[in-house]
Structure formats: C-alpha cells, structure tokens
Design a protein around this ligand. Structure first.
Ligand code: UD1
Length: 429
C-alpha cells in the first residue's frame, strides 16, 4: 500500500492549481443517467472516487469516454468525460460497488426518474458517523415512488413515473437535496424543496441540469422549485473549482508560513473559512487568478469555530483547521455539528504531540509549540489530509499510511505541495 513521507519544516511558496470539485463532479456524472444524449463534463478531477463512479455507471450500461490531453492543455485542467446513458441495461446498483462509495447511492434518483425503477444497495456503515439515508427515501416517497427494503437493497418503483410534490427536509442535507433535485427534473408537475442545502455544488448541478433542459429556480437558496419536464438533453458543463481543496491548501500555507497563489480558486465558495484564516493571522488576497494566501512572521492566533451548512464553516475543513490550531498561541475550540464521530484525526494528531481534549461535539485544542513527526494513518478523507498538514510543520519525518483515502479526494497532492517547496513524496508498495 502506498504511503506518503513528509519531512516537516519548509515554508510553502509558489502556485497551487485548484482542481475541479469532487463533490460536484460525482453528482454531475450521476446526472448523466437522466438523458439518452451525451453529457460532456470538463475539469473533472482525476480521483479514485471518480474512477469508482465510472465503474458504477458502467455497470448500468453508461458509456464514458475520457478525452486525452490536447495540445495546449494544462495537465491540471482535469479530464473531460463524455457520458452517454443512451442505453441503460441494468437498474441495479450492487452492494460490491455502492459500499465502496456512499455517493453512488444517489443513482437511485435518475434511475427512478427515467426508468421508473431502481434497485440500489444501502451504502452501509461509514467512518464518519451513521450517515443514514432516511431523508433521501422520504423525498423519493413524496415524489410518488414506492420503496421497500429487501436484502440490504432499496427497491424503488414508480410505475406511472414520479409526480411533483412539496418536500420539506427536517435537516439540511446535501445528499437529500441532490437526490430530490435530480428526481424532480423528470417528475410530472411542480416540486418545491424546502430547507434545501445551499452548497455551491448543488448550484453547479442545478446549472448543469438547466442546461440539459430542466426548469429549476432557487438553487443556492433554501427553497428550490422544479417544474418537471418530459425529457432532458445533453450539454457541456465545466465542474466548479474545489472549495475544500482550496481551503485545505490555504490552511497548509497558514500552518507552514510562506506565500502561495491558489490558482483558479473562487473566494466566494469558502468565505467563512477564509474569514477564519484571517482571524488566525493569515493574509488572504482574492485576485484575478484565484486567492493568494500568506503568513509571515506572526504566530497563529487561536479561533473558536462551529461547523455549519453552507455558507457556514464546512465540516470538510474541520480536521484541517484542527491541525492548524495545534500550533496556535493559545486555546481554540472547534465544534462539529454536522456529523457525529467526525474526530478520528484527534488521536492521530496526538501522535505528533498535539494537545486536544474532546468533550462531546467540541474539541479544545491547546496550541503547542512544537509538533514532532510520527507514523500516522486515518480512516477518512479529510482526516487524512489534516495529518499531512501537521506533517508539513512537524520536526523530522512523518509517514502517512493508508493514503488511498487521500487519493479519493485530492488530485496529485504530493506533487502540488512539493512544487511549493515541501519535502513530501509518495512511497509505492
Ligand atoms: C456531503 C458531502 C460531504 C460533506 C457533507 C456535508 C458529497 C459527495 N459529500 O455528504 O463531503 O461532508 O455533504 O457538507 O457531496 N442525514 C440524515 N438522513 C439522511 C441524509 C443525511 O440524517 O437521509 C444527516 C447526516 O447524517 C448528517 C447530515 O444529515 O448528519 C448532513 O448530511 P448530508 O448533507 O446529506 O451529507 P452527504 O451528502 O452525505
């Protein structure tokens, strides 16, 4: 199994190109199931989760062509996928495939909307809490689907097609909003989603669906209205930049010190995180090419932060912020409100010498002067990258094990960091 070796102590200086957002690319690819015409997606990141979803879609009969690099293309531009679901040969998403990536459960929505049936394995346990799908099931039932659970599968049928409805989410859910949105595009009549997630990835998917002929308004607000249409067409769409990757590298620069241009980043996608970084003592300058982040001289100031749905501080940056706060000049408090048990990184950060006390949903981090390198591993994507951030300043060598979690969500992480002066390498085997 590959590992990443880091020798801490170097400041980061240079340019890091920001990739397309994983959390938009995945639902956009799934939206390709809604039409028999070709959906072309540009700026799709080269990630293990994208490759896994290609396998899952392939199992339904979807043809996916990945365009090679063209002359003049920058290698970080991401890949272009041509997704053609002209012939859906199978409406079952089997356990072996779905269990490897939770978001693949979302195929239930377009399959039900277009084919009027789907049999999709329940995703099963997850390292960051129980992550149920009850709200997704509620939304599909509201749209008129009949759902039963048998042998670990959700079996969904809508013989006459889905029908528009009012869907009220008791809790803000990204997955629930994606599923309701996709399903409602081909439902008969009007659907109103109340308490919808406002995440930029929802807006990106809605924009793409509208280009495909859907009639969606209000995406990015808590109330989304969808007028169902009979058919969707193909289109071409560019995946928006990854705000979590952006925030992760911004935290890394705040941690090590230095000066880095995050090329292609969009500040409005992560304003709450940028505000926290400024409070912590970093200098954040939005410019024409993205965001410039630097920290020179002054120490890192402690902050108190709670995660929240967009536009609040994202849960997907919580672990990285905690790594940053381990070297702050005082005590910080970080409260996780979205997922229970999303603190697996705490024990691993302690291996660097970090002093973190957990009390329910809140972690208190006592800034410690010096982290020391250690062998570490993590069981979740964002937790893993927090260990990389800590390793960048820790004295001596850090070995991050089980890096397949990193490969799920960070494109060429070690290349991007080493280009800015970090001592970091992948060790194969
Ligand atoms: C998505 C993101 C993930 C991010 C999360 C929150 C993708 C591929 N993943 O995950 O990176 O951390 O949003 O921003 O986009 N819930 C229920 N019942 C349900 C569905 C969700 O109780 O049926 C709960 C969850 O357990 C959690 C909360 O709602 O406590 C938010 O979950 P949700 O927004 O749906 O997260 P995901 O879409 O799974």
């Amino acid at each position: 199994m590959d590992r990443i070796r880091i020798v801490g102590g170097s400041k980061l200086n240079g340019t890091i190109p920001i990739s397309g957002a994983k959390n938009a690319a995945l639902p956009l690819m799934i939206a390709g199931l809604l039409t028999d015409e070709t959906l072309i997606l540009d700026n799709v990141p080269r990630l293990a989760d994208v490759a896994q979803l290609q396998r899952i879609l392939g199992n339904h009969g979807v043809d996916i062509m990945s365009a090679g690099k063209r002359p003049g293309d920058h290698e970080y531009q991401g890949q272009t996928l041509h997704i053609s679901a002209a012939n859906i040969i199978d409406t079952t998403a089997p356990y072996e495939l779905v269990s490897k990536m939770r978001a693949s459960f979302w195929v239930i929505a377009p399959l039900l909307a277009r084919m009027h049936e789907a049999k999709v394995s329940l995703p099963g346990g997850c390292a960051i809490g129980t992550r149920p799908v009850d709200l997704l099931i509620m939304a599909l039932e509201k749209l008129g689907a009949e759902l039963t659970i048998d042998g670990g599968y959700v079996i969904a049928k809508a013989p006459g097609g889905l029908k528009g409805a009012d869907i009220d989410f008791a809790k803000v859910t990204v997955s629930g909003t994606h599923v309701a949105l996709m399903a409602a595009t081909l439902a008969k009549g009007t659907t109103v989603i109340n308490n919808a997630a406002c995440e930029p990835e929802i807006v990106d998917v809605a924009d793409c669906l509208n280009k495909m002929g859907a009639r969606i308004s209000g995406a990015g607000t808590p109330t989304i209205t969808i007028e169902g249409v009979a058919k969707l067409n193909g289109t071409r769409h560019t995946v928006l930049p990854d705000r979590i990757e952006t925030g992760t590298y911004a935290m890394a620069v705040a941690m090590t010190g230095g000066d880095v241009q995050l090329s292609g980043a969009r500040p409005e996608l992560l304003q709450s995180a940028l505000d926290v970084l400024v409070e912590a003592g970093a200098t954040v300058t939005p410019n024409n090419d993205g965001i410039r982040i630097s920290r020179n001289g002054a120490g890192i100031k402690p902050v108190n932060v709670s995660t929240a749905p967009f536009p609040g501080f994202p849960t997907d940056l919580q672990a990285q912020l905690m790594a940053l706060m381990t070297t702050a000049t005082g005590s910080s408090h970080i409260t996780e409100t979205i997922f229970e048990n999303r603190f697996m990184h705490v024990q691993e950060l302690a291996r660097f010498g970090a002093r973190i006390h957990l009390d329910g949903e809140t972690a208190t981090i006592d800034g410690t002067a010096k982290l020391r390198g250690a062998p570490v591993m993590a069981t979740d994507l964002r937790a893993s990258v927090s260990l990389v951030i800590a390793g960048l300043v820790a004295e001596g060598e850090t070995m991050v094990n089980r890096i397949y979690h990193l490969d799920r969500g960070f494109e060429r992480l070690e290349e991007k960091l080493s280009a800015c002066g970090a001592t970091i390498e992948r060790i194969s085997g």
